[in-house]
Design a binder for this molecule. Structure first.
Ligand code: SF4
Length: 344
């Protein structure tokens, strides 16, 4: 038995056809799930009882349980959900001029142990299943629809490393992009990885035109290996080669994410290393203010950020500074979950 929210339409069609049912049933099912928002298979009126029984013998419908919802003064909303096994995950909704962007989690905890990240403080318990990924978007989309709004873009950048949950994440992307499901345009979907080089190359074969972001944060091997253990497995050279191959295959510009940490990676020497890393890459760099996880790191001061930014500009790097959101509600990934666990 599996959740009907966790199967792409192509896979559902294959399953139905293999069991002697016509293809068009898949569209009827999807319309029931995503347009009529039914709560049970029995509520999909267009289906005959015999077929409903067949579906119920193979699938179930589920939903996420909301444990906590916190809203920032800038409109950012953080949702904490409980899963069927009592694990907790976070999803963050950010309001922009161009629409509502949702940051989705892919794992319960994370094993990659980036030193500056609250999620890395709790080891990975398990991968999220495809339905648990889809339901984060569906839940919040339904919530927004009460105000006549919707989720307009999705960033797969919350708790966990998406490429460490590769197959489920790919099926999730297909479902949220499906025009019979959540219909999020592929150009409005971004997957962010910490730098699993072989998976970046593999991802270049994925047919949807989604965006790829790399959480780089350090442009020297010495520092990156110190603060991001993944660099000991795939160093900067291997990462850069994977990005080049990805670009050759997809022709899609990637984003380099760089969190500025005071006195750690925000000097002009760090900026020089970053310029060298991005030379020859078709990318743009996003400088991100650090959202404190009450660890040993602090956000860079404005002067350092501006000097870093100007150095990149002078060296012809496409660079933007990301505006901070949700500072007053622990919006950095993992913080609300940690808070809830501490409070029991
Ligand atoms: S930054 Fe991402 S990959 Fe690194 S520990 Fe946090 S969730 Fe994991």
């Amino acid at each position: 038995m599996r959740s009907l929210f966790g199967i792409s339409r192509d896979n559902l069609v294959s399953f139905l056809v293999a069991n002697g049912h016509p293809k068009f049933r898949a569209v009827q099912i999807y319309e029931g799930l995503y347009r009529q928002n039914v709560n049970s298979i029995d509520d999909i009126k267009v289906l005959k009882n015999e077929f409903k029984d067949f579906l119920k013998g193979n699938f179930y419908l589920n939903s996420l349980e909301l444990v906590r919802k916190e809203e920032s003064i800038d409109g950012t909303v953080k949702y904490l959900f409980k899963l069927y096994d009592d694990n907790l995950i976070e999803t963050v909704l950010m309001k922009h001029d161009y629409g509502n962007s949702l940051c989705v989690s892919t794992q319960v905890g994370c094993n990659f142990a980036c030193a500056f990240c609250a999620s890395g403080l709790l080891k990975k318990q398990r991968n999220l299943k495809t339905d648990e990924l889809v339901l984060q978007v569906k839940y919040i989309n339904d919530d927004l629809s009460k105000k006549d709004e919707k989720v307009s873009s999705v960033v797969v950048m919350g708790i966990g490393e998406p490429f460490d949950n590769y197959d489920n994440v790919l099926e999730f992307l297909e479902i949220i992009n499906d025009d019979k499901a959540l219909a999020i345009g592929s150009r409005h979907i971004t997957v962010s990885t910490v730098g699993l080089a072989p998976k970046i190359e593999e991802f270049s074969n994925f047919p949807l035109q989604v965006n790829l972001a790399i959480s780089l944060h350090f442009a020297s091997d010495e520092k990156r290996s110190k603060y991001m253990p993944v660099n000991r497995a795939y160093n900067l050279q291997e990462l850069k080669e994977a990005i080049i191959k990805y670009y050759e295959k997809t022709n899609r510009r990637i984003t380099i994410e760089y969190i500025l940490l005071k006195g750690v990676n925000d000097s002009l020497e760090d900026a020089r290393a970053l310029v060298e890393f991005v030379s020859g890459l078709n990318c743009y760099v996003n400088l991100i203010p650090y959202n404190s996880t009450s660890s040993k790191f602090e956000r860079s001061d404005e002067k350092a950020v501006n000097e870093f930014f100007r150095y990149l500009k002078r060296n012809n790097v496409n660079v933007t500074k990301r505006k901070e959101q949700g500072h007053d509600i622990n919006a950095a990934c993992g913080q609300l979950r940690n808070k809830q666990i501490k409070e029991g």
